[in-house]
Design a protein around this ligand. Structure first.
Ligand code: NAD
Length: 496
């Protein structure tokens, strides 16, 4: 018998929000006593009060994390023992999937079907993957010759500050927590003020799984308060930051002004999607670019928002993309069939509408959308939008972080590559060509951390995620992420 469908509105009405920080293994009162309203982008109403953590709360969280690290309650546990706790943590995330999915959807507006089928399982998979990996990684012995022995070992770094954005709150947290905790570090997580709820719940689940107190702490609050205090803290060894390039620059400044902590920045993007006339299935390319662009309301760092199309097929391709758009109309995120939800807050709505207005003013041609929608809901919705634009236009150059795609024409391969690379960003790119030589040639020429060939969004925990240029340094996911949260220690021994 199939499971009765869930009435998410009813569940939402019953939800109790606990917005207190999680420090030293338990919920605590915010030291400033201040709170802010957690607004749901679905209807503009408050979900409840969340603590406005500040410097004193960060100090308490870092002190708890440091004490836990120094006494070895986690950092000196054998990897296999850490693995067991983290696998349990992943299981508990899956067991709480309906609650977590609901919190995520209410908090940041994405469709409930994707919170359930994408965000929760991906967060659990990430934690489990690092748990599974950590007792299978060997250290090194250097080939130094017969009279010496040099051991090269990874050690956990200490206290990691994780500062994450609101677009995939659970997944971005898991990308930091997985490798940092598996390697034996303690973590202080500062979720976005726009989506703090699931991070706080994750901390409770981690405790339930057996993570010792103090190893994983969460302080909600604003970037310029809690975030800045964490990034400036003298007792934090590294910052794993995901967010905008603007704030990424600040992270580097904070490190310079404090203890030169390591800073790993995972930043914005304006990913190019190149369609060559030799590609034999334009319909599939159009379906893929629309699906990837409008997924998560276009609020994805790797959204293929610059679509470069050869002039010979540009009209045909534009029509194919426009024909995809109606299926992505925004709907109520709590309805099981909705594929595009609400933008995260009113500020983001204004930003996206501002970009649409600038596209119109600069003379871009509207192929679809370009309007606000569902205004009567009180929430923040925009129609999926496609422009035919020119390369110098603002909409074609800047990260919009909303459901707005720009189509641009190119004449030949050299121009396509030059246009694709003419961006401060270098997160992802995609090449569509049925010529194997061209596909490889262009993939090599593109300055991006990930290049897809004849597909987009293929994804797996085994591969690194991160960008070239101002899209960041460091990489999330894969075994490479351990490099960010471990120090390399060399131990020399003389052999007489
Ligand atoms: P944001 O930079 O505004 O905020 C990110 C985090 O930093 C939040 O927790 C925020 O509170 C905090 N913050 C803000 N100002 C701060 C300050 N002065 N000091 C310390 N912390 C501060 O970004 P956002 O709007 O939350 O997220 C959108 C951005 O994230 C986009 O640019 C997107 O491309 C990027 N992103 C990148 C990746 C990636 O893997 N490369 C993944 C997801 C999102």
């Amino acid at each position: 018998m199939s499971k009765p469908s869930i009435n998410w509105h009813e569940r939402a009405a019953l939800l109790k929000i606990d917005g207190r920080p999680f420090i030293g293994g338990r919920r605590v009162e915010c030291l400033s006593g201040e709170q802010f309203d957690c607004i749901s982008p679905i209807n503009g109403k408050s979900l409840g009060a969340v603590a406005r953590g500040q410097g004193a709360d960060i100090d308490a969280a870092v002190a708890a994390a440091r004490a836990a690290f120094d006494d070895g309650r986690w950092s000196r546990r054998p990897p296999a023992a850490r693995k067991r706790v983290l696998l349990k943590f992943a299981d508990l995330i899956l067991a709480a999937k309906e609650e977590l999915a609901l919190l995520e959807t209410l908090d940041m507006g994405k469709p409930i079907q994707y919170s359930l089928s994408v965000d929760v399982p991906a967060a659990a998979r990430c934690i489990a993957w690092y748990a599974e990996a950590v007792d299978k990684i060997y250290d090194e012995i250097a080939p130094t010759g017969p009279t010496a022995l040099a051991l090269i070992q990874r050690e956990p770094m200490g206290v990691i500050g994780a500062i994450v954005p609101w677009n995939y709150p659970m997944i971005m947290s898991a990308w930091k927590l997985g490798p940092a905790l598996a390697a034996g570090n303690s973590v202080v997580l500062k979720p976005s003020e726009k989506s703090p709820l699931t991070a706080l719940r994750l901390a409770e689940l981690a405790m339930e799984a057996g993570l010792p107190p103090g190893v994983f702490n969460v302080v909600p609050g604003f970037g310029h308060e809690a975030g800045e205090a964490l990034a400036l803290h003298m007792d934090v060894d590294a910052i794993g930051f995901t967010g905008s390039t603007r704030v990424g620059r600040k992270m580097l400044e904070y490190a310079g002004r404090s203890n030169l902590k390591r800073v790993y920045n995972e930043l914005g993007g304006k990913s190019a999607f190149l369609v060559f006339p030799d590609f034999d299935d334009l319909q599939r390319a159009a379906q893929t670019v629309a699906g990837s662009m409008f997924f998560n309301q276009g609020e994805s760092c790797n959204a293929p928002s610059r679509v470069l199309v050869h002039e010979d097929i540009a009209d045909e391709f534009a029509a194919l993309v426009a024909a995809q758009v109606p299926q992505y109309q925004a709907g109520d995120p709590l309805d099981a069939g909705t594929v595009m939800g609400a933008l995260v807050d009113e500020g983001q709505l204004r930003t996206v509408l501002g970009y649409i207005e600038s596209g119109l003013q600069e003379g871009a041609r509207v192929l679809a959308g370009a309007k606000q929608s569902r205004e009567a809901s009180g929430g923040y919705f925009v129609e999926p939008t496609v422009f035919e634009a020119q390369p110098q236009m603002k909409i074609a150059r800047e990260e919009i972080f909303g459901p707005v795609m720009s189509l641009l024409r190119f004449k030949d391969e050299a121009q396509a590559v030059a246009m694709a690379n003419d961006s401060p960003y270098g997160l992802q790119a995609s090449v569509w060509s049925s010529h194997i030589d061209r596909a490889h040639r262009v993939a090599r020429a593109l300055r991006a951390g990930t290049v897809h060939v004849n597909q987009y969004d293929e994804d797996d925990m085994t591969v690194p995620f991160g960008g070239y240029k101002q899209s960041g340094n460091g990489r999330d996911k894969s075994l490479h992420a351990f490099d960010k949260y471990t120090e390399l220690k060399t131990t020399w021994l003389r052999i007489n």
